[in-house]
Design a protein around this ligand. Structure first.
Ligand code: NDP
Length: 241
């Protein structure tokens, strides 16, 4: 069976992506770091909808953990392969630069950027061998525009967009596409602390987006119809930028 690996697939945007890709007929590997309860709920929902799902907890920022988890999965699934990778795991540790702690800087870069590197390098081997793959990186409006209070997050997401463009050119001859999606304000645990009623006035569409709307875009990029789109960053932000 062909599988999609969704990092941070247990909650929010990642969970919506996992459900959507399962509905499209892919087996789904739901990765998460620590919240097993949320991961189990997402897996149960996918199974209830008739999808094939397995949970694979690991910290994307831990190189050894990434390699050993994916090796174990491959050993347990000799007839299956990962054809779609969605690098979605991400965290916010907002602070003005002048107050930013070293740990806040590194944790955000480690998760978004180093996590992308460790997971993608590991999964890419199989895609290049089989001459097919879809890699979709969840970037952010912050990586395009920059957001005050988010120098760490903006830097990580901008770097992810740069890596998307470079890798796309490396692997296009092997029919592997690499694209990024740059959401604006999307309702999830990550934006739970934001004042939606005030911030939505900045959005031409007048509202925050839903995780399912991002998932629909990711599902398109993962589909055969998107075979000629690569190295692209697609905004999904209600006209905000
Ligand atoms: P949530 O906080 O709702 O969910 C984050 C997910 O990532 C959880 O499944 C979490 O697992 C997982 N995760 C976090 N750190 C790690 C790690 N080190 N290793 C593995 N898994 C990890 O976030 P959203 O759904 O809102 O965001 C998803 C992505 O979309 C992120 O990359 C975010 O930057 C991006 N984005 C979000 C926007 C928004 O408005 N919501 C806007 C633009 C971009 P666990 O529960 O175990 O911690």
């Amino acid at each position: 069976m062909n599988y999609a690996l969704v990092t941070g697939g247990s909650r929010g945007i990642g969970a919506a992506i996992a459900r959507r890709l399962a509905a499209a007929g892919l087996g789904v590997i739901v990765n998460y770091r620590s919240n097993a309860e949320a991961a189990r709920a997402t897996a149960d929902a996918i199974a209830a909808e008739g999808g094939t799902v397995c949970l694979l907890p690991f910290d994307v920022a831990d190189e050894a953990a990434v390699d050993s988890a994916l090796e174990a999965w491959e050993d347990a699934h000799p007839d299956d392969r990962i054809t779609v990778l969605v690098n979605n795991a991400g965290i916010r540790r907002d602070n003005l630069m002048i107050f930013m702690q070293t740990d806040e800087w590194h944790r955000v870069i480690d998760t978004t950027l180093n996590g992308f590197f460790y997971v993608t390098r590991r999964v890419l081997k199989g895609m290049l061998t089989k001459r097919f793959g879809r890699i979709i990186n969840i970037a952010s409006l912050s990586g395009l525009k920059g957001m005050p209070g988010q120098a760490n997050y903006s830097a990580a997401k901008a770097a992810l967009i740069g890596a998307t463009k470079a890798l796309a050119q490396e692997v296009a001859p092997r029919k592997v596409t690499v694209n990024a999606v740059a959401p604006g304000f999307i309702r999830s645990d990550m934006t739970h602390d934001l004042d939606e009623n005030t911030l939505r006035k900045l959005v031409p569409a007048g509202r925050f987006g839903d995780p399912e709307e991002v998932a629909a875009l990711v599902a398109f990029l993962a589909s055969d119809d998107a075979a000629y789109i690569t190295g692209e960053t697609i905004s999904i932000n209600g006209g905000l930028y």
